[in-house]
Design a protein around this ligand. Structure first.
Ligand code: 1PR
Length: 628
């Protein structure tokens, strides 16, 4: 009783201060922050990774965020964050700070009971999350907080699933038992799982949480938001009074948000859903008083249902990053993986196309559905030794509110001093710095070779297995770097060979397979992209990033034959990469290979030849599900 009283007065004091003054922050059309970004002081070495001049040249357009500011210190109030160290919650923290709130970390069970507002971004697998909560004696306080119901609670992703009775994930695990129902794996014929990307959140009833139009909950609109998960909760008679929104994927619609009074949770990631997601967070934090204005993320009613509904095909901007000869970390871009300038046939400097943090923000502002960083010389050393990519990620996650993938050097490594770094440690450092997914290149090839040598069995110790066991398969992307190998007869190779219509071999060979390489294409191995993808899916990878050395930087479009071969072989999402030279190349690959989930480009975006918007407009014209 006494506890409740304390909590009550704490809550009302935070509410009363929440509306005293207001400040205005202008945002560009795709959400560029133009003033009052309020990021905590960035020290000089971090500033070196930023480049202000170009970003200031971007057009600032229509979005406005009027942030109600509360205290003299400029904070709108305190919100407690339950980060139990199992994945990327940096973006949730950054989102709340960006919205003007002070984040307090939950360190003990008592902190939960004393919280005024609690955010619970569940990450990792269901079983390990419950184990950690149990070890840290957080289960009862969490239940008590939610059952009390007087103070705001927001669960995100696994933070929604854990509220249910249990899950069939991790072999069947009991949850917090607060919402009736069991979380189960997606089902559906030929369904691609994990469910990764931007899908439509269908609002089922009024709620300030999903009120994206200012001050009118009845105008709650269905928008595309970012999902990444393999399990979901289904609506039923026992939980129907919790269901706030659903989303259509697989055999039946699943629960995408719940709310009962002050207790709310979303299956999607507001912190990764661009400005729509920030608005949802702001509604939660302000108790429905958000003044942030967003334009609808859904295409206008003029667009066809095919464009407006369902899981959108993603457009991903990729930044290949490495140190140049002067030791500066730059975004570079190769032609068939050769990233050095050419003059009279001589190899010159590493091409410098800009600064990673600045470009990542530019692509977020342009409407990219995801941003990927590939540390292309990561195989040479461990990224943990001198950690510029870690810093790039930390800075980027302060301004980029769509998913971030990072790759390069994720493998076990022993340095010259005998210090050992496990791939899991490297991945953990990346997740803690703001990555949502890690991509594994060279190591995946070696792991697949062992897998086939071992009767198609993993031994549980590989980077793919250990990272996906800890963080979930959706966090593990396999980056494949294949090159065409031509054959006069498909029987000449053990790898899957096709009869090619795209390009014959140098001696007119009709057959080819797609040879995997390691170390950025420097070494070819006797395993094909097809075989690698199948092995990786079996070992627990959640997504395939399918590059193509022959087409990299050529601008001739994606290699549909390669993309089709791999996308038809697996039931995890496949991202087509390499060769985009025109907006129509995106529509073409999605048209030619319906199972392809996303397409990635680098050069055309870096050189400002094509915008993300132009790619998406072309996709929408072609009737493809698109997040415009
Ligand atoms: O092997 O785990 O250390 O990871 C290294 C990572 O670096 C891998 O993901 C590998 O693909 C990448 N990488 C290595 N060397 C290069 C290089 O270019 N020399 N870049 C490289 C990969 C391919 C795409 C590129 C697309 C689109 N580049 O990332 O962005 O081809 O380009 P385009 O639109 O301009 O055609 P590990």
């Amino acid at each position: 009783m006494m506890l409740n009283k304390t909590m009550h007065s704490a809550r009302s004091s935070s509410n009363s201060t929440a509306t005293t003054t207001s400040s205005r922050v202008l945002l560009g059309r795709r959400g560029m922050m133009t003033s009052g970004g309020d990021f905590s002081a960035i020290n000089n070495s971090r500033r070196a990774l930023l480049h202000d001049s170009t970003s200031q040249q971007h057009k600032r357009k229509t979005l406005t965020l009027r942030a109600a500011s509360a205290t003299a210190a400029g904070s709108k109030g305190e919100v407690s964050l339950l980060d139990y160290g199992a994945g990327n919650v940096r973006s949730v923290r950054n989102a709340m700070q960006k919205l003007g709130y002070t984040v307090k970390d939950i360190k003990s069970p008592e902190d939960i009971l004393a919280a005024k507002k609690l955010v619970f971004p569940g990450v990792g697998a269901y079983g390990s999350a419950m184990d950690i909560l149990r070890e840290r004696k957080l289960i009862e306080p969490l239940r008590e907080y939610v059952l009390d119901g007087t103070r705001p609670f927001m669960g995100v992703c696994l933070g929604l699933q854990l509220l249910f009775d249990g899950s069939e994930e991790s072999g069947g695990v009991e949850g917090l038992g607060l919402i009736p129902g069991t979380v189960t794996k997606f089902t559906g014929e030929d369904l691609i799982v994990p469910h990764i990307g931007w899908n439509v959140n269908e609002v089922k009833r009024e709620s300030y949480l999903l009120d994206l139009q200012k001050g009118d909950p009845s105008a709650s609109v269905s928008e595309r938001v970012y999902f990444v998960h393999s399990y979901r909760a289904l609506p039923n008679d026992q939980n129907k009074d919790w269901v706030l929104s659903t989303c259509d994927y697989g055999s039946e619609p699943f629960i995408s948000a719940v709310q009962k009074g002050n207790v709310m949770a979303t299956q999607f990631h507001p912190e990764k859903s661009g400005f729509t997601g920030l608005k949802i967070f702001d509604q939660f934090l302000s108790g429905g008083k958000s003044e942030m204005e967003t334009s609808s993320a859904l295409p206008s009613s003029a667009s066809s249902d095919a464009v407006r509904k369902g899981l959108a095909k993603r457009v991903i901007a990729c930044l290949d990053v490495r140190s140049n000869d002067a030791g500066d970390l730059v975004v570079t871009k190769g032609d068939s993986y050769d990233v050095r300038e050419k003059s009279e046939g001589e190899s010159g400097d590493v091409r410098n196309l800009g600064k990673p943090v600045e470009l990542a923000k530019k692509y977020f502002d342009m409407g990219a559905d995801e941003v990927s960083f590939l540390n292309i010389t990561g195989y040479r050393d461990t990224p943990l030794k001198d950690a510029p990519m870690i810093e790039v990620l930390k800075l980027s996650s302060e301004t980029v509110f769509v998913p971030l993938t990072v790759g390069g050097g994720i493998r076990d490594f022993t340095d010259s001093n005998g210090k050992h770094y496990s791939s899991l440690e490297v991945a953990s450092a990346y997740f803690a710095s703001g990555a949502d997914k890690v991509s594994i290149g060279s190591d995946a090839v070696e792991v697949a070779e062992k897998f086939y040598a071992n009767n198609e069995q993993g031994d549980g110790t590989s980077s793919i297995e250990t990272i996906s066991n800890r963080y979930g398969s959706q966090a593990v992307v396999i980056s494949i770097d294949p090159r065409r190998k031509y054959e006069t007869d498909p029987k000449n190779t053990k790898n899957k060979c096709i009869e090619t219509k795209r390009k014959l071999g140098p001696n007119g060979e009709k057959y080819c397979w797609f040879q995997c390489t390691i170390k950025g294409g420097r070494e070819g191995r006797d395993i094909g992209a097809y075989e690698l993808a199948i092995a990786m899916e079996k070992l627990g990878a959640g997504e395939i990033l399918l590059n193509c050395i022959d087409e990299d930087g050529q601008g001739n479009g994606f290699d549909h034959e390669l993309v089709k071969m791999v996308a038809d072989a697996v039931k995890i999402p496949v991202i087509a990469s390499s060769g985009a030279g025109h907006p129509r190349h995106f529509s073409e690959v999605f048209g030619a290979v319906p199972a392809c989930s996303a397409a990635l480009a680098a050069g055309i975006f870096h050189r400002d030849e094509v915008t993300v918007k132009e790619c998406k407009e072309d996709m929408a014209k072609s009737g493809l599900p698109t997040r415009l």
